[in-house]
Design a protein around this ligand. Structure first.
Ligand SMILES: *Cc1c(COP(=O)(O)O)cnc(C)c1O
Length: 418
């Protein structure tokens, strides 16, 4: 059989792994053997810390401590505590981030708060090819803000800055595109929104834990993000909200529940908001999920975000090079920006039989995913993905594509979740 991948790439990968400053973190994860996992951008894998954290929460805090654990295990402070752990990963101060609810729900709350801070302006500017939940939520937020409010949907490639005028209340953007991994210029677009008098809401679902973010340095107004992707918080893990300190006075968010009340245990009939970031809370959090995320975040304590970005860029570049120099190169068109600095931590390729190719690849022990109609997605999580994984994945991908092994696999039903 012809060599699919240059042998030199395997030796370069081994050398890069041996010199990797993050190499030791892989041992924190409980990954199945013989599996190359390149789907941490959809669901981060299990850490030993998460398993231990959930198990201790169930056995000791819930099992023995019962209701007293709200105080003795500080469940009541968990949303703040986990927010503070996420803060350094996005370049925020600990008191400016809170962990709660889902990304979708948090987006609704943050859009409501942002719109309330720009009375007299009626438009949310957003991109049509954003992740659908962001589209649906933005639509509802605009509808419920008033009859003149609406979302202006930008077509792919349409210039964002050109849409910003004196009627724009909020520019809502997802930092890294879920299909292509293309990354926006957070500093530049935030500046452009502010120049037009608008606020900016960033969705960091595909950025937190994968990119060296600096929301405070970029003067971001609000941000939300996901706990179960690169933060490895477990399936359906709670999400987070960032609000710039300047916006934390007089937050008016649309889903005030008793956890956002200044004194929830006064059980007062009138709502009076908590001060600070806690104003974004709604109701009782799922403690098991949040403790799972908290434990998973504990492994990040000493991680340098610059190491994360450096390795993420190197993994992506190696994957692109391995595919581009393989026999399969003519059959796989890069769907991500070619310039590594314009990508998040993901590389995507177009292939007309993407579903079948991914099914065959999964059968070969490489887990990525696909997005209809023709995108193969590969996410690189620097804490556990090795350089050798990336070259092996490219090798198996090339073999499947060149041998045409995907036709039969296309018939196999992968299930409702792609
Ligand atoms: C993953 C993702 C979400 C997830 O939202 P949920 O409320 O957790 O289902 C939202 N927005 C974007 C851009 C995402 O990539």
């Amino acid at each position: 059989m012809a060599a699919r991948i240059d042998a030199d790439l395997f030796s370069r990968a081994k050398a890069a792994d041996a010199a990797d400053p993050l190499g030791g973190y892989r041992a924190a994860f409980d990954l199945p053997v013989d599996t190359i996992y390149l789907d941490g951008n959809s669901l981060g894998p299990l850490t030993h810390a998460a398993r231990d954290g959930v198990s201790a929460t169930v056995d000791t805090e819930w099992g023995r401590g019962l209701v007293g654990s709200w105080n003795t295990a500080d469940w009541i402070g968990l949303a703040y505590r986990v927010g503070a752990m996420i803060a350094p990963l996005i370049g925020a101060a600990p008191e400016d981030v809170i962990c709660c609810d889902s990304t979708s729900v948090n987006l609704y709350k943050v859009l409501g708060a942002a719109l309330a801070k720009r009375p007299g302006r009626h438009r949310i500017v957003a991109e049509r090819d954003n992740f659908p939940t962001d589209l649906y939520i933005a639509d509802q937020a605009a509808r419920r803000a008033g009859p003149a409010h609406h979302v202006q949907w930008l077509a792919p490639g349409q210039m964002i800055e050109a849409a910003l005028d004196e009627d724009v209340a909020v520019l809502m953007l997802t930092h890294v595109d879920y299909r292509t991994g293309a990354m926006h210029d957070m500093a530049g677009l935030t500046r452009a929104a502010h120049a037009a008098g608008a606020l900016v809401v960033w969705d960091l679902a595909h950025s937190a834990g994968a990119i060296d973010l600096d929301v405070a340095g970029c003067n971001v107004d609000f941000a939300i993000g996901c706990g179960y992707k690169y933060l490895n918080g477990g399936p359906g893990a709670p999400a987070f909200i960032y609000a710039a300190p300047v916006h934390q006075a007089d937050i008016e968010q649309p889903l005030t529940g008793w956890f956002a009340h200044a004194a929830p245990f006064d059980f007062s009939p009138g709502f009076e908001s908590r001060a600070g970031i806690g104003a974004f809370l709604t109701g009782t959090p799922g403690i098991l999920g949040m403790r799972c995320l908290e434990a998973a975040l504990s492994i990040w304590r000493d991680v340098e975000l610059s190491d994360i970005r450096d390795k993420s860029l190197a993994l992506g570049a190696l994957f692109v090079e391995a595919v581009a120099t393989s026999d399969a190169a003519p059959m796989l068109a890069l769907a991500s920006p070619r310039e590594p600095s314009r990508r998040g931590s993901q590389v995507s390729f177009h292939h007309p039989a993407a579903h079948g190719v991914m099914q065959a690849l999964i059968a070969d022990g490489v887990i990525g995913d696909m997005r209809a109609p023709d995108i193969l997605r590969f996410g690189f999580a620097p804490l556990y993905t090795r350089y050798i994984d990336v070259v092996r994945a490219a090798d198996r991908l090339a073999a499947i594509v060149v041998d045409g092994r995907f036709e039969s696999a296309a018939a196999a039903d992968g299930g409702a979740v792609t």
